[in-house]
Ligand binder design. Structure first.
Ligand SMILES: Nc1ncnc2c1ncn2[C@@H]1O[C@H](COP(=O)(O)OP(=O)(O)OP(=O)(O)O)[C@@H](O)[C@H]1O
Ligand SMILES: [Mg+2]
Length: 477
């Protein structure tokens, strides 16, 4: 049996107190009692809403092989006779196990941060590095004070490439996370207004992202977006920290991983990447210039860590956009079909623009329309009204004639669109859902996007529920 951790190593790493008859080792780690697999350890973490200690019995019932719990909560948990490792603080113990994992690892470690595109780039790296070795990467957007230690602690000791998403919504958040990760390569995808409500300005956001440099391994590499306004600031900051290997990607003539040309199609794209004097043609199985930009960064990392670039490029052709991040559905309606572009995962001004460009590049058929179904961008603080009204520019430039809106902040966008645009506005997501379900017609292309908290995932779910998938064998009449 190959264990993720032997119990002995876990106890040593976490300075824990063993209790009951412990198994020899664990096969995995979970912090969610509902999705735990048999043989895994359950760490009873206290989250924003729930305390894992309240779910300890459920975790055991679902197959947990041992529990990691806190000394203070032990009395309140009743007379449990299950195998446990008791620690002072469960989250801190997970962090210590994460650090032990990093210490035992021989993997090349990559940290990905940025205002948008972290998950997309991280998943791309998982995909393109896999042909070169064993990859371990964060699940979903597990990028915060529990997501990072969890991902580290879960890293098998025979990992060749570890890819970590690192996020933040306030200054000082990245520093301790990257200190645990100790990356050989740190990527900043781009700097854009996200969580702007917590910052004075964009420079402050860039400074907070630059904390990622501080945890870099000696002799490590940073990868920066040369086309971003904050490039010079980030470059200077990295230099001032004595970092010698500063790489850049983008369209800029001086970018090391340079986008020589981009050819976007409806459902895929091709880019020409100039790297070290060679120009390579790269087919990507997903549309959008923003995806191509993420791909430049990912291929740059492949080059830096010495993985196989040819195999990485071949892998990009089979990349598919993910749920909530550009995933496409062709759905039956009457005797025809329409296209749904699911961008519902999250939204800020940068990702809204990228998604509007995706919609602009999509082709409606027959009497179909390009329709932007947009909800509020949250956490914009005093800039909120401005960032919403400012979407009028990209929508008009892209020639989008149908804009369906919901949410308090989107009222500002409604006011700033000219009469030539057909605007529907509803206060609530549920009201807009009803309108969308009843108003879509064959040939339409709908792009659905809002901040996570606004819940436009419900609009996507309602469309998928009402309209069955259209299969290519069906004939459009
Ligand atoms: N390089 C990019 N530039 C602009 N927009 C992008 C870029 N990459 C992805 N996006 C857009 O941002 C959205 C979110 O992408 P992704 O999930 O990769 O970001 P993230 O940084 O992981 O976000 P979060 O902070 O919520 O975890 C996507 O749906 C897409 O519209
Ligand atoms: Mg993410």
């Amino acid at each position: 049996m190959s264990w993720l951790w032997t119990t002995e190593d876990m106890i040593a790493a976490m300075a824990g107190r063993p209790f009951g008859t412990l198994p020899e080792g664990i096969t995995g780690i979970s912090i969610d009692s509902r999705s735990i697999s048999p043989g895994e350890a359950f760490f009873a973490i206290k989250g924003d809403r729930v305390d894992g200690h309240d779910y300890a019995s459920m975790a055991m019932a679902n197959g947990a092989s041992l529990l990691v719990v806190s000394e203070a909560r032990l009395p309140a948990m009743g007379r449990l006779t299950v195998p446990m490792i008791v620690v002072e603080d469960v989250l801190a113990a997970l962090g210590r196990l994460g650090q032990a994992s990093r210490a035992r690892s021989r993997a090349k470690i990559v940290a990905v941060t940025g205002s948008v595109g972290k998950t997309t780039t991280k998943e791309m790296l998982r995909h393109v590095l896999s042909p070169s070795g064993k990859v371990h990467a964060s699940v979903a957007s597990f990028n915060n004070h529990w997501g990072v230690p969890l991902t580290l602690a879960r890293m098998p000791d025979d990992t060749d490439y570890g890819v970590f998403e690192v996020g933040m919504n306030h200054p000082g958040e990245i520093r301790p996370l990257v200190a645990m990760i100790r990356p050989h390569v740190a990527v900043i995808t781009t700097i854009a207004p996200a969580h702007l409500g917590n910052f004075k300005n964009i420079k402050e956001i860039a400074a907070a992202k630059a904390e990622v440099f501080e945890g870099l391994e000696p002799g490590g590499h940073v990868v920066l977006n040369r086309d971003n306004d904050q490039f010079n600031f980030l470059d200077r900051t990295a230099q001032s920290l004595g970092i010698e290997h500063i790489h850049s990607f983008g369209q800029h003539a001086k970018a090391e991983f340079r986008l020589a040309e981009f050819n976007g199609a409806d459902e895929n794209s091709t880019l020409w990447l100039t790297i070290g004097g060679d120009t390579l043609e790269v087919a990507i199985g997903a549309p959008g210039r923003h995806i191509a930009e993420n791909a430049l960064a990912a291929l740059g990392v492949v080059r830096i860590v010495g993985a196989d670039i040819e195999k990485a490029i071949a892998a990009l052709a089979t990349l598919k956009p993910e749920k909530g991040r550009g995933k496409r559905h062709r759905l039956s309606i009457g005797s025809g079909s329409f296209t749904l572009i699911d961008e519902s995962y999250n939204a800020n001004p940068a990702s809204m623009r990228a998604a509007i460009a995706l919609l602009a590049a999509a082709e409606p058929t027959g009497r179909g329309r390009r329709i932007a179904v947009l909800g509020d961008m949250l956490e914009m603080g005093e800039y909120s009204q401005k960032v919403h009204t400012d979407l009028a520019g990209p929508l008009l430039a892209a020639g989008i004639e149908h804009v369906w809106l919901a949410g308090a902040d989107m009222a500002a966008l409604r006011e700033s669109l000219p009469e030539s645009v057909h605007v529907e506005y509803r206060e609530k997501t549920s009201e807009l859902t009803d309108y969308v379900l009843n108003s879509v017609v064959p040939g339409d292309v709908l792009m659905v996007k809002s901040s996570l908290g606004i819940g436009f995932g419900k609009i996507v779910a309602a469309l998928l529920d009402k309209f069955p998938a259209f299969s290519d064998t069906q004939r459009e009449l």
